[in-house]
Design a protein around this ligand. Structure first.
Ligand code: SF4
Length: 230
C-alpha cells in the first residue's frame, strides 16, 4: 500500500464535496439492514429492494418469522434478489445466530453482546457471512466504527495507484482505517457510501468517466485517459 493518511482524507473530502451526505443505509430498521447485507451479495440493490418489499408484504420481516417460515414461501420472497435458495439458507443462518445470541426481538441489541472484534469474529462464523457482509452489519446495522471494503473500493484504490489489484480485504481495510478518526461511525458510513457512488457511476470497470471524476488530478489511471469522450 502506498496511500498516506492524507491521501485517504483528501479522497474523502473530494467525494463529500462532490456528492454530499449519502444517508446510508437505505433501510427502515437495523434488522432490515442485516437482511439487505445478505441479499445484496452478487446482485444490484434494485433487486434487493424488490425482495425486501416481498418479505414485508408476506409479513416475514423478523427473526422468528423467518425461522418459522416454510422454504417455498421464503424462497419466493427472495426470488428477485437471485440465488434465492442460497440466500434463504444464509438468512436463516443469520436469524438462528441472532436467536442464539438472545437478539431475536431486538436484533440491534447484538451490539451489546461483546466488543467489535468479538462480534466480528462471531459474525464471520455464520454461514454465508463474509468480511464485507459482516462489516456492513457492524457499521450500518449496529453503528460500530469499522470500514466496509468492497470491489468498488479496491478498483478505485488500485487505479489511483495506492495498492495493487491483488490487495486483500484486510490490507485495504487496515490502510483506510489508519486514516480515519478512531470511533467515527459517521465518517466510515459516508466514505463507503461515497466510494460506492463513485464506483457505480464514474469509476466503472470498463471505460470509466475520468473527465467527470473529482479524483482525477491525483489518479495514475486517470492521467492516462486523455482521449476525448472520457
Ligand atoms: S480518475 Fe478515472 S480511474 Fe481514477 S478514480 Fe477517477 S474515474 Fe477512476
Amino acid at each position: 500500500m502506498t496511500a498516506s493518511v492524507n491521501d485517504w482524507q483528501w479522497l474523502y473530502r473530494q467525494l463529500l464535496d462532490r456528492w454530499g451526505v449519502q444517508h446510508w443505509w437505505p433501510a427502515k430498521t437495523p434488522f432490515e439492514v442485516m437482511v439487505g447485507a445478505i441479499l445484496t451479495q452478487n446482485t444490484a440493490w434494485s433487486n434487493v429492494e424488490k425482495a425486501i418489499a416481498r418479505l414485508q408484504a408476506a409479513d416475514l420481516m423478523g427473526v422468528e418469522k423467518i425461522l418459522a417460515s416454510n422454504d417455498a414461501n421464503l424462497e419466493s420472497c427472495l426470488h428477485p434478489s437471485g440465488y434465492y435458495r442460497v440466500k434463504a439458507r444464509r438468512l436463516r443462518a443469520l436469524c438462528a445466530f441472532l436467536q442464539e445470541e438472545g437478539c431475536a426481538e431486538l436484533p440491534e441489541s447484538l451490539r451489546e453482546r461483546g466488543a467489535l472484534a468479538n462480534l466480528r469474529r462471531k459474525l464471520l462464523q455464520v454461514h454465508g457471512v463474509g468480511e464485507e457482509t459482516a462489516d456492513s452489519i457492524l457499521l450500518y446495522a449496529l453503528q460500530l466504527p469499522i470500514m466496509v471494503v468492497d470491489a468498488y473500493t479496491k478498483r478505485i484504490a488500485s487505479r489511483l495507484g495506492w495498492c495493487t489489484e491483488r490487495v486483500t480485504y484486510a490490507e485495504l481495510q487496515r490502510d483506510i482505517e489508519s486514516a480515519l478518526v478512531p470511533g467515527d461511525v459517521a465518517m466510515r458510513n459516508e466514505l463507503h457510501a461515497l466510494l460506492v457512488e463513485l464506483g457505480k457511476n464514474i469509476c466503472r470497470p470498463r471505460r470509466p468517466f475520468c473527465s467527470q471524476c473529482p479524483l482525477r488530478r491525483r489518479c495514475a489511471y486517470g492521467a492516462g485517459q486523455e482521449r476525448p469522450g472520457n
